[in-house]
Design a protein around this ligand. Structure first.
Ligand code: SAH
Ligand code: SF4
Length: 382
């Protein structure tokens, strides 16, 4: 007979945790102590709770777990000290996160799913296909592990959900994770990036505490967006833009429009003008991300030259659109999420393409980057 695995208390929303602990421990002040160990200190074991009597810790450990995913691999720090982490989940799935020191502040890029069903053609995670939703403990585990290892004060941290997966297809667990992060990190320090799941964007917009929204636009028109982001067929570009216009933004918290620059495809000055026009009426700034190449991705996809990137950015600025560029020197450490796992995955591009051909899908699929360089900011002087 196999017994059910113990529940992970890091999967419980704060109010749920309190209820469960009230039924389990006494006196009542212990409940607060334990919650603080978990949510403020990010404890990954009951043994870490040193001000708790040993028998209380042992009793908790006999009923529950608070374990985080295990670190399988860390890349050597890149020139900018960024590091990529590969985690192993309890069921053997592997996910990636990135530590990105940026001046005074530090960002961590978290995965929300162990794969992605959205299938953008330029993204390695999409290339490897769907994976299950991550639980709150798996998302929080990425965050706390990196925060502990680098001893970053939480008030100096930004959190971005731009790793593997589509966070708005995992909204329930994302909401619990956000509620826990909000206990120590302000919503304006947290960004959720989406490929454009409109019902998810609307749901986020109704939350009383909202993270920043980043939207992967990646193309200046519907036709090209359908080519590289097939999800556009389900959630059309004009409806997506309308949902962005509905998203409430406070001062200084514009929406980030991410735009992967592919040489000769979407990087011309005309494309920049079209992008600025598309985003007219949206409180947005553009984050241009030069494409990050990977052997699993279609050969025609190339990073534009620096001159082409500059031309694109200058045209955007002239069109009145604030823009940051993610210069991706962090490529040395495989700065793209999905790449580190992809390197060791026993699945070749050829076999994936065969599979796609058999299933009637004739597109090669891509990978994704979470470029790690400090962004260069360009803004029109007004
Ligand atoms: N699923 C969400 C969040 C993860 S992808 C989303 O799509 O927004 C995070 C970012 O990486 C997206 O903006 C995506 O466009 C970008 N990206 C994916 N593959 C890339 C690649 N090969 N090179 C550069 N950026 C890439
Ligand atoms: Fe999924 Fe985002 Fe990659 Fe598209 S870019 S396949 S939505 S992870």
């Amino acid at each position: 007979m196999t017994s059910e695995p113990a529940a992970n208390l890091h999967d419980f929303a704060p109010a749920h945790l309190e209820r469960v602990l009230r039924e389990t421990v006494s006196p009542p002040f212990r409940v607060k102590q334990i919650a603080e160990w978990m949510h403020v200190h990010g404890a990954g074991s009951f043994d870490a709770m040193t001000n708790l009597p040993k028998d209380v810790r042992a009793d908790l450990a006999s009923r529950f777990t608070i374990a985080f995913p295990e670190v399988l691999e860390r890349t050597e720090p890149a020139a900018d000290r960024s590091q990529k982490y590969l985690f192993k989940l309890a069921d053997g799935n592997r996910i990636e996160s990135v530590y990105m020191p940026m001046g005074d502040r530090t960002s961590v890029c978290l995965s929300s799913q162990a794969g992605c069903a959205v299938g953008c053609t330029f993204c390695v995670t999409g290339f490897f296909g769907a994976g299950r939703n991550l639980t709150p403990s798996e998302m929080l585990g990425q965050f706390f592990t990196i925060q502990h290892e680098h001893q970053v004060p939480k008030e100096l941290m930004n959190v971005v959900f731009m790793g593997m997966g589509e966070p708005l297809l995992n909204l329930e667990h994302l909401a619990t994770t956000l509620d826990i992060l909000y206990l120590t990190i302000a919503p304006k320090r947290i960004t959720v990036s989406t490929a454009g799941i409109i019902p998810g964007i609307d749901e986020l917009s109704r939350m009383s505490r909202r993270p920043n929204l980043a939207i992967s636009i990646n193309a200046p028109d519907r036709k090209r967006r359908e080519e590289i982001m097939p999800i556009t067929k389900k959630y059309p570009l004009d409806e997506l833009i309308a949902s962005l216009k509905r998203y409430p933004t406070e001062r200084g918290r514009e929406i980030t429009a991410e735009y992967v620059l592919l040489a000769g495809y979407n990087d011309s000055p005309q494309d920049a003008v079209a992008l600025a026009k598309l985003l007219r009426g949206v409180e947005a700034k553009v984050n241009a991300i030069p494409f990050n190449a990977d052997p699993n991705l279609p050969d025609w996809m190339k990073r534009p030259s620096d001159a082409a990137i500059d031309r694109f950015v200058d045209t955007l600025v002239k069109s009145g659109m604030p823009v940051t560029v993610r210069r991706s020197k962090g490529r040395e450490i495989a700065a793209a999420c999905g790449q580190l796992r992809g390197k060791t995955e026993a699945r070749s591009r050829a076999s994936r393409q065969r599979e796609l051909a058999e299933s009637g899908v004739d597109r090669a699929r891509g990978m994704k980057s979470a470029g790690v360089e400090r962004d260069a900011v360009h803004r029109e002087r007004r």
